[in-house]
Design a protein. Structure first.
Length: 314
């Protein structure tokens, strides 16, 4: 018997055209996009469907856009399948902003609440560090202990720290731009197969994001998460949590803390999960599944055909 976790993508999975096929195929998806547009008083769906890419990629747009596609798929599954998708999974988890999508899918937030929270989160993260002062880099071919050594050596008084432990041999560093540049130079001598700067607008998941964490503490005090219908595997702890108050605290901490994705997937596997179903734009998380554990299957669900296939399998 297949044991599933539903996982939700983070920033970097956005692409012009996202959600368009869903909106054309399913009225319930189109209505969800309209709900998000109305909540944000912004034609976000038009930006998702038509671009331009550089505007869609802005943090304050990409975050609610990715959530909208994920939750549209959840709504379609519910409508077309005639069941609650949350009854078909053991856990939910999301990569960074995807944690909000996961919580909304599990009933902790409404769609409107999630859209507003992510818009606020995106703005706060964008404004926390002046453009050009922060950077991020992906290190390929080294695991977390070596990546941490590289970060420590490169810091030289600046901030430089692991931001995402995505999979064996894939760690992302975040911090001051000068320190990240030094890390990219150091990395090959420490065994990295490749070290590359990422095209991001801010240094996410490091201590430079403290102003954004403070802003989210205020936002989440006004819109506290309810208890999810399915346990969440939290980015910060890489373990299951179901208490709303604890989840709210972890969402604040998550802004400055490392995303422990590799450990999260390992934890789910240890709890009996054998299939990660990625709900949303792109195929990043389903692609990481087998790299994290050869016995984990990753399934991406983002097209009408994918949805039909998942409903049949459930």
């Amino acid at each position: 018997m297949t044991v599933r976790a539903f996982v939700f993508p983070g920033q970097g999975s956005q692409a012009v055209g996202m959600g368009k096929e869903l909106a054309e195929a399913f009225p319930v998806a189109r209505h969800l996009f309209e709900e998000v547009d109305e909540t944000l008083k912004q034609k976000l769906s038009k930006l998702m469907f038509e671009g331009p890419a550089d505007t869609l990629t802005l943090t304050e747009n990409a975050q609610p856009a990715l959530m909208a596609v994920s939750l549209a798929i959840v709504r379609v599954l519910r409508e077309e399948g005639g069941f609650d998708p949350m009854d078909k999974c053991k856990f939910v988890a999301g990569h960074s902003l995807g944690e909000y999508s996961a919580l909304a899918a599990a009933g902790s937030f409404t769609v409107a609440e999630t859209a507003m929270l992510l818009k606020a989160r995106g703005k706060a993260m964008q404004q926390a560090v002046p453009l050009g002062e922060g950077a991020m880099a992906a290190l390929l071919g080294v695991d977390l202990p070596v990546a941490s050594e590289i970060a420590k050596e490169a810091a030289q008084g600046d901030v430089c720290a692991p931001a995402n432990d995505n999979a064996p041999g894939q760690v992302v560093l975040s911090g001051h731009a000068a320190a990240i540049d030094r890390a990219v130079e150091i990395a090959p001598d420490k065994g990295a197969r490749r070290a590359m700067l990422l095209q991001v607008s801010a240094p996410f998941h490091c201590s430079l994001m403290k102003p954004a964490a403070d802003a989210m503490a205020e936002e989440l005090a006004l819109v506290p998460p309810g208890a999810p219908g399915v346990p969440l595997i939290a980015n910060v702890t890489a373990s299951a949590v179901s208490d709303g108050k604890t989840i709210g605290d972890l969402l604040v901490e998550q802004v400055t803390a490392m995303v422990r994705w590799r450990e999260s997937c390992t934890y789910m596997k240890e709890q009996g999960v054998d299939t990660l179903v990625e709900i949303g734009s792109g195929k990043v998380l389903s692609g990481l599944a087998r790299r994290i554990d050869p016995d984990l299957t990753g399934v991406a669900v983002n097209t009408p055909a994918d949805i039909e296939g998942l409903i049949r399998s459930l």
